[in-house]
Design a binder for this molecule. Structure first.
Ligand SMILES: NC(=O)c1ccc[n+]([C@@H]2O[C@H](COP(=O)([O-])OP(=O)(O)OC[C@H]3O[C@@H](n4cnc5c(N)ncnc54)[C@H](OP(=O)(O)O)[C@@H]3O)[C@@H](O)[C@H]2O)c1
Length: 232
């Protein structure tokens, strides 16, 4: 399968690329702004699994034409994982409008842009699965935390977008789901909850994302799926 993963330079995205690369039939396209980290990931995938992944330096808030051009060689994409995310941890009164815009630009509009860019390629797949990586903070009635209003609101919007697109894309046989994560041990968690000691390992979550996105497009559509066993 041809698989795009955004936010692949570290954390969950990085481990998800490694997990997918265990299957040599997978062609993985790993995207982030940090090409030197992507180079290291590419090397690791080759050394460990002989999988030659394709790395793309791209800011998902940039012009879509740039990404379209970089993906020209691919006729078809089977799986898109919108994993890139930004968290600004500030009390509401300290958040500037620019902070809100930056957060939504990455967490919501970034995903929108990548989906729009690859839509014609994904409709060519028999499998066709868009998986958005949301957060427990974006789920209605789940516990909320001070400092995360912009982040949680943007993830709530991403969940709602998932439900809307599942409806709009169903005639194209494209499934869209949102995996809402609880605490996962990455840089982002340390930014949000510096004292949190109870968290999932990023590798375990990567295994789940890989399995879910590869095998369950036909069983789930428009679903908001919470993955959490603690608070946060
Ligand atoms: N860790 C948690 O506890 C947790 C909980 C709930 C949800 N999540 C979600 O899970 C996803 C992955 O989080 P993580 O914990 O692995 O975070 P992370 O360690 O901070 O990694 C974030 C990734 O997103 C990329 N990224 C950020 N802005 C980007 C942009 N404008 N264009 C392209 N790539 C961009 C970063 O790459 P570059 O800087 O190289 O561009 C990096 O690879 C996020 O969507 C996050 O909201 C995480």
């Amino acid at each position: 399968m041809n698989i795009i993963i955004t936010g692949a330079s570290r954390g969950i995205g990085y481990d998800t690329v490694l997990e997918f690369s265990k299957n040599n039939k997978n062609k993985i396209i790993a995207i982030s702004r940090n090409i030197s980290e992507l180079e290291k990931l590419k090397q690791k995938c080759y050394e460990q699994y002989e999988n030659n992944i394709h790395i793309i330096e791209y800011d998902i808030t940039d012009d879509q034409a740039i990404l379209k051009h970089k993906l020209e060689e691919y006729e078809k994409i089977d799986i898109l994982i919108n994993n890139a995310g930004l968290l600004i941890n500030k009390p509401f009164w300290d958040l500037s409008i620019e902070d809100w815009q930056e957060t939504f630009n990455v967490n919501l509009f970034g995903a929108v842009k990548v989906i729009q860019t690859v839509f014609d390629k994904i409709t060519k797949s028999e499998y066709a699965h868009v998986v958005n990586i949301g957060s427990m903070g974006g789920i209605s009635v789940a516990q909320k935390f001070a400092g995360l209003s912009a982040y949680s609101s943007s993830k709530a919007a991403l969940g709602n977008l998932t439900e809307c697109l599942a409806e709009e894309f169903k005639d194209h046989n494209v499934s869209v789901n949102c995996i809402c994560l609880g605490a996962v041990n990455t840089e982002m968690l340390r930014l949000a909850f510096p004292d949190c000691t109870d968290s999932f390992k990023s590798e375990d979550i990567a295994r789940f994302i890989c399995d879910f996105s590869s095998n369950y497009a036909k069983l789930f559509n428009g679903k908001i799926i919470p993955i959490s066993s603690s608070t946060p």
